[in-house]
Design a protein. Structure first.
Length: 282
């Protein structure tokens, strides 16, 4: 498994295990999956309290393996006190005394920005936690280009977790400007939604329980989609939590090669008519 630099000569696998993969699964399944992916070279794990019981499953699964992984967690709390409380609840559930990376989760609106970054905001809890050695790096995830750019200007984050996706790039121009800004700032880029294809049409049920969108469910197209994301200047990508797609991503990453111009042209054609999962607001 190829590894790329996160920060300070510290390397992470080019795909990570998202906590959704173990959400609502038996502990035995979680234990086996975690052991297998570590054996196959994955050392980047990302989880959040909002992923159901994922933290409760991941904590026991990582017993005896904590020193082998780069563990990232998040909080959707926006105030200092609530973020501090949730940080410690996550530490307890994950059976660890520190996180390698802690992130503001799903920063999407102006209100998210003002609350988290303002007086008594979550960022104050992050800075205190870093000072005390409870977290090593500070990051954020965002589903808005506008808010991502604003955050990158407001603070020297270590990393950003952001949708880097073929349909978003080609149909919505959603992402390139965030990548450019992050690179200017020296902020490491972590990718989400690499295998997202389109929104679920209104009134229809989601085809896969662990994906709120329609994923790429053709293996060859999934390979191109993931290779497109991994060919951008990112450190790692977190594939869907749906078992089938995660295992596809694992195999693709083990045999990764950069995408070609010809393949990008093909992807651009395949994207025509697809509804991007996010809209560009700059």
């Amino acid at each position: 498994m190829e590894k790329r630099e996160y920060k300070n000569k510290e390397f992470i696998s080019i795909i990570g295990l998202g906590g959704v993969a173990v959400m609502n699964e038996e502990q035995e399944f979680a234990n086996k999956l975690v052991a297998e992916v570590i054996e196959r070279g994955i050392n980047y794990f990302d989880v959040a309290p909002s992923y159901g019981n994922a933290e409760e499953r991941l904590g026991p699964a990582l017993r005896g393996k904590r020193d082998k992984v780069f563990l990232a967690c998040k909080t959707a709390e926006r105030t200092k006190d609530n973020a501090w409380r949730e940080l410690h609840e996550s530490l307890k559930r994950l059976e660890t005394d520190y996180f390698d990376l802690y992130q503001l989760h799903a920063m999407t609106t102006e209100e998210d920005f003002e609350k988290a970054m303002g007086p008594n905001g979550a960022m104050e809890a992050f800075l205190k936690a870093k000072e005390e050695g409870i977290i090593r790096y500070i990051g954020f995830s965002a589903h808005s280009v506008k808010i991502a750019l604003k955050l990158l200007d407001a603070f020297n984050f270590d990393s950003i977790l952001f949708p880097i996706n073929w349909v978003l790039y080609f149909n919505e121009d959603f992402g390139p400007q965030v990548v450019e800004k992050a690179r200017e700032k020296g902020t490491t880029i972590l990718a989400i939604k690499p295998l997202a294809k389109s929104l679920v049409p209104e009134g229809q049920e989601r085809p896969y329980n662990k994906c709120w969108y329609i994923p790429v469910d053709d293996r060859d197209l999934a390979e191109l989609a993931l290779r497109f994301t991994l060919s951008q200047p990112i450190a790692s990508a977190v594939p869907p939590g749906e078992y089938k797609f995660f295992m596809w991503a694992l195999e693709i990453a083990e045999n990764f090669r950069p995408i070609t111009e010809e393949e990008i042209k093909y992807l651009r054609e395949k994207a025509k008519g697809l509804i991007p999962i996010f809209k560009l607001e700059v």
